[in-house]
Ligand binder design. Structure first.
Ligand code: PMP
Length: 284
């Protein structure tokens, strides 16, 4: 695999970052994951906009322009012959010579940029036919979940808790209400209404979420953006998650309670189809 590290395209075993990199020492970095379908990027503009926002919320400089970033994404697709999967991008506050909590002067320490590809079959996923089983866990992350930082230890622990319970993922709960999944946004469907938490600092503003809600409204489906409780979720007709690496994925069980007939629901299936059709049209 050919990866990108600060201006160079190199084989993955030759790629190097400093031990003083603040991403490594302080999780002082942000990332994006953009999916690739038929060799084309889905919603690059949305991911670039969110990256700019994450960087600005942390007073971090963009290492290259967003136009240059698009070129790097495209170059990696070509060099790795990627037809389907993801491109992972990470910007950190660079490598300062000393370990210091205070941010270094950006004039002296430039931010660092790394990108790599990951091949994965996303469109034709067996999990989409089966649906996911999730558990609920307390949301113990920091309060700025709207910034896409590389600080992902708690979500990793959540996935391990799900695995230990024989499930696929965990939905996180704060004050009895679902915030989101460990690496995805969470939705329930009740009486035909699609309910998902409103945007705030409490959740990541999913790029897939924005697209799916737009498509749902265009298809005359009713969308309610509000917090919902875990009890409401267990009593829902169906549920699903969205993320760039899964698209729309049905959830069939929460904390051992089957939703509806325990099979993927029709709303999730329809949204998955619409999402695939529509995002293919605008891929670039
Ligand atoms: N919430 C969290 C906590 C996530 O980590 C992700 C994916 N990185 C999402 C939601 C979904 O965001 P997107 O649709 O932009 O992939």
């Amino acid at each position: 695999r050919i990866v990108y590290v600060n201006g160079d395209y190199v084989p993955e075993d030759q790629a190097k970052v400093s031990v003083f990199d603040r991403g490594f020492l302080f999780a002082d970095g942000v990332y994006e994951v953009t999916s690739v379908l038929e060799g084309k990027l889905l919603d690059f503009a949305g991911h670039a906009r969110r990256l700019e926002r994450s960087l600005s919320e942390l007073d971090m400089a963009a290492p290259v322009s967003m136009e240059a970033l698009l070129d790097i994404h495209r170059e990696l697709i070509v060099r790795n012959d990627l037809t389907e999967g993801m491109i992972y991008l990470q910007v950190t506050r660079g490598a300062d010579a000393d370990r210091d909590f205070a941010f270094p002067d950006p004039e002296k320490v430039p931010s660092s940029l790394v990108l790599f590809t990951q091949a994965k079959s996303i469109a034709d996923s067996p999990a989409a036919k089966k649906g996911l089983r999730v558990i609920s866990i307390e949301d113990q992350r920091w309060a700025r979940r709207d910034i896409k930082t590389v600080q992902l230890l708690y979500p990793s622990m959540g996935k391990m808790m799900a695995k230990a319970a024989g499930c696929d993922d965990a939905w996180m709960i704060e004050d009895c209400h679902v915030t989101e999944g460990t690496s995805n946004n969470a939705y329930i469907v009740k009486d035909g209404k699609i309910i998902t938490r409103h945007l705030s600092n409490e959740i990541l503003h999913g790029i897939t979420r924005a697209a799916v809600l737009r498509f749902a409204k265009e298809a005359q489906m009713v969308v309610e953006e509000r917090a919902f409780t875990i009890d409401e979720a267990k009593d829902a007709d169906e549920a699903f998650i969205t993320s760039a690496s899964t698209f729309v994925m049905p959830v069939v069980e929460i904390d051992g309670a089957a939703l509806g007939d325990g099979k993927p629901g029709p709303v999730a299936a329809r949204l998955r189809e619409i999402y695939l059709d529509e995002s293919r049209k605008t891929a670039l």
